[in-house]
Design a protein around this ligand. Sequence first.
Ligand SMILES: *[C@@H]1O[C@H](CO)[C@@H](O)[C@H](O)[C@H]1NC(C)=O
Ligand SMILES: *[C@@H]1O[C@H](CO)[C@@H](O)[C@H](O)[C@H]1NC(C)=O
Ligand SMILES: *[C@@H]1O[C@H](CO)[C@@H](O)[C@H](O)[C@H]1NC(C)=O
Ligand SMILES: *[C@@H]1O[C@H](CO)[C@@H](O)[C@H](O)[C@H]1NC(C)=O
Length: 543
Amino acid sequence: MDRRKVTMIVLFLLCAIADMQAAGQTLDVCATCHTNAICDDKTDGSGKVCNCMYGFVGNGRTFCQDKDECQIGAKRICGQHTSCHNTYGSYYCTCLSGYSPSNNMATFIPNDGTHCQDIDECRVPGLCGVGGHCRNLEGSFECSCTMGYRVQGVEPFHPQRDKASCEVVECGQPPSVRDAVLLSATGTRYGSVAMFDCDEGFLWRRGDNASVCGADGAWEGPNMVCEAKCGPVPLLANSEVVWNDRSVVIHRCVDGFHSWRGSNASVCGNTGMWHRATLTCIEIKPAINDLIVFNEKCLQWKAEKYEEDTEVYKVMYIGSREYQRAFHDKRRRFLSSRADRLQLCLNLLPVTNYSISITAVSARFTATVTTNTSLQVPEAPVVHYREFETPLPTLRLRRSVNTLDPISLYQVFVLPVEGIMIFDCTSPGSADFSSRRTSQGEYITAQIHVTHVGTEMNFTVGDGLYYGGFLNAALENGRNYYIILRAVSQWRGAFKSSCVLWANVRGTSYVMRVSSLSAGASIGLVALVILGGYCCTWFFKKT
Ligand SMILES: *[C@@H]1O[C@H](CO)[C@@H](O)[C@H](O)[C@H]1NC(C)=O
Ligand SMILES: *[C@@H]1O[C@H](CO)[C@@H](O)[C@H](O)[C@H]1NC(C)=O
Ligand SMILES: *[C@@H]1O[C@H](CO)[C@@H](O)[C@H](O)[C@H]1NC(C)=O
Ligand SMILES: *[C@@H]1O[C@H](CO)[C@@H](O)[C@H](O)[C@H]1NC(C)=O
């Protein structure tokens, strides 16, 4: 109860006593006053009047009810930032939250000079939590996050109402830096510092070696530049780098090349210079290149090898013949050489299909080539030229066995002597020689397959027998003849022959002497020219 009310109650009691003293004489007006009224003298002095006490409204006698002073508005009655509280017969004021009364009491009544002033909540430290920044507002405050902190919620916020807070920014693990290593880190949060140093084999060139966790959650820096101590990685021809830590580099030959010699590692030395790898990469080529056959029996190739190395070549060749199934010319040769270009002539047999393989022994590489040898002029048998005066001369020959025997034969030609005679040994002739005698009248009198001839043979001209389908007809009496022996080899259209003059058969009319070549007295000249023959030209004189 405030003082004013107490005063009023005291006044009321005094009035009641006065009223009681007046009772009985006159109508005691004061006695009719409402309990919440006081008896006052009328202003004109004409008596008493009941007035409702302060805080009450009514007629003073029958009713004095509480007056709600707050009804007219707290702002008007209590002032700014207040709330008004009505009480029975009175009222009081309090400040709104966020304000405090200037009298430092919980309540006040207006007119005592008290007003409500803003409270600076931010004076209380830590109100916004760690990383929070407090801002005082009229009657309130708000929080926001300081640099390096992020709000969990929306900003600005009120810690209790919004259930928001500030959280420190996290940068995560310090960055990995090219050519550098992490030395230390004070943490991973905002403001943490990570220190770096150049990696082994690198030198610091410029820039800062610290990285700081920034407000944006990212590591900032370091901006240091380390270049390799020894500069760029050395490059070797035809090689690639398979491993590189800037102080040691391992090289390897690229595809298609192989390492020949030298070390495959470049090392950065203390002087800042590379000790370069000495690796040499050379193109992988077959050890034997461009293998060709020339002149039928000779080989030529390029060697692919290390400069001074000696390579051993194994040359194997196998000859086969379609016309001689049993034939196998299988031989082998070794050859060692340092040369880059090689030539080798082999002792190959004629009319043979050869398959030749050359193996570079140390390189373990084999190249193969084929060559088909051609038909050669056959060797004529050995004969002794003789002169006969018989129509049945027996001629002899001796020969050496030859591998071409299966495709060789002997033909015995009879040439009647007539003036100058030309005998073409190289003419293939026809099997039907006898029926197609030339103007000179020469004919084949016998054809004998060489395989049917031993090393020696006796042949009698004019014995009337058939030899190889040719009639060995009797020589005409009185005529002179030359007998020519032709050796023939043929295979698949290839034809080679050689001729020898075998004998001179004299009839009765002429006498021919080979020995009279230089004799003076001549009757006439007889000349025999054998074209392509073993023996070339014979001149005889008629005697
Ligand atoms: C890098 O950081 C280390 C450690 O703090 C320091 O000792 C060094 O001097 C720094 N180096 C450079 C080049 O800044
Ligand atoms: C070589 O081979 C060819 C083709 O196979 C063949 O026609 C020819 O007769 C053969 N030569 C010999 C001498 O065997
Ligand atoms: C050489 O003979 C071989 C068989 O050994 C054959 O394949 C090839 O065709 C022949 N070459 C010639 C030019 O005849
Ligand atoms: C050839 O004839 C001679 C002399 O008559 C004789 O000695 C020789 O044995 C004969 N040769 C052959 C193979 O018949």
